[in-house]
Design a protein around this ligand. Structure first.
Ligand code: SAM
Length: 282
């Protein structure tokens, strides 16, 4: 997967909150859609709201004074590249991800020997205690079975005084302007409940405090996305709701058709709120 050919109609979010295909990122390598997942990540990065949030996240890390930094659940590696760009010459960034496909893509795109990528789980980071001056995780905690364990690992590898930043969508805060409130509520709530923990966004401040971080700063960022983006991300969750008998196939089709009509009329509005949480290691 490269950045070439990412133009054209937006295809899908691949991340929670924008109608994401929630289960897919837990097993990107075994999923037949690993390629589309990567493309969806790239396209998500084109959302202006997300770009602004990522810039805000980097600013919170104080990277100008950091020699070693870590990107947990680094995906395609673009976040690690952006981190390196803000660090002093000689600084180094490591990225870890459970997906071999993601790490292979990150390595292909790495333009500097000061970037390194490894397959590893965030729940057991392959680094000694206190070795990083800054540590970040973007849209990762929503995909792990035990977010507290991941945050504890991030705390372990961050040096005292070092910085952490996490950015997580909260599926309870997904909005879409639809005429059928009851059906919309049912669909969005059910999609949130199908996630490992759809409310992880709002839990991040607590997780950081409990892991020994201080000066926790919480910012809410609402990321709006167009209807094609939303529709792509909702295709499997909606199919699952129909298969589980939560909604009928007819309801699913009608629900999307109403949104499509709104889109054609230039009236579609949809988005989701994420929490950008930053803090210092005690
Ligand atoms: C939505 S993507 C976000 C990727 C990247 N942080 C970004 O913002 O572009 C989630 C990533 O988390 C990775 N992931 C899921 N579970 C993980 C775990 N337990 N440890 C490390 N990475 C994990 C997935 O393989 C995927 O690359």
């Amino acid at each position: 997967v490269t950045r070439a050919g990412t133009g054209g109609a937006p295809a899908g979010p691949g991340r929670a909150g924008s109608g994401a295909d929630l289960r897919a990122f837990r097993a990107a390598d075994t999923d037949a859609e690993a390629g589309p997942l990567m493309q969806s990540l790239i396209r998500a990065k084109e959302l202006p709201g997300l770009r602004a949030a990522e810039a805000g996240m980097l600013a919170e890390l104080g990277l100008g004074r950091v020699q070693f930094a870590l990107d947990v659940g680094c995906g395609l590696g673009d976040g690690a590249v952006a981190m390196l760009g803000r660090m002093p010459s000689g600084g180094r960034v490591a990225g870890v991800d459970t997906s071999q496909a993601m790490i292979a893509a990150a390595r292909r795109q790495a333009t500097s020997s000061r970037l390194s990528f490894a397959v590893a789980t965030a729940a057991c980071l392959p680094f000694p205690a206190g070795c990083f001056g800054a540590c970040r995780a973007e849209s990762v905690l929503q995909h792990v079975p035990d977010p507290a364990q991941v945050v504890a690992e991030m705390a372990r590898v961050t040096r005292p005084g070092g910085r952490i930043a996490c950015f997580e969508f909260d599926l309870g805060l997904t909005v879409v302007d639809h005429p059928d409130k009851a059906l919309t509520r049912k669909i969005l709530d059910s999609v949130a409940d199908a996630a490992l923990d759809g409310w992880v966004g709002r839990q991040v401040p607590r997780l950081l405090r409990r892991a020994g971080f201080t000066g926790v700063r919480v910012q809410a960022r609402t990321i709006f996305a167009g209807f094609p983006f939303f529709r792509f991300g909702m295709r499997r969750p909606l199919a699952q709701l129909v298969a589980d008998g939560v909604i009928s196939g007819r309801d699913a089709v009608r629900w999307l058709a109403d949104l499509e009509q709104a889109d054609r009329a230039g009236e579609y509005l949809g988005g989701s709120t994420a929490f950008l949480v930053s803090a210092s290691r005690r």
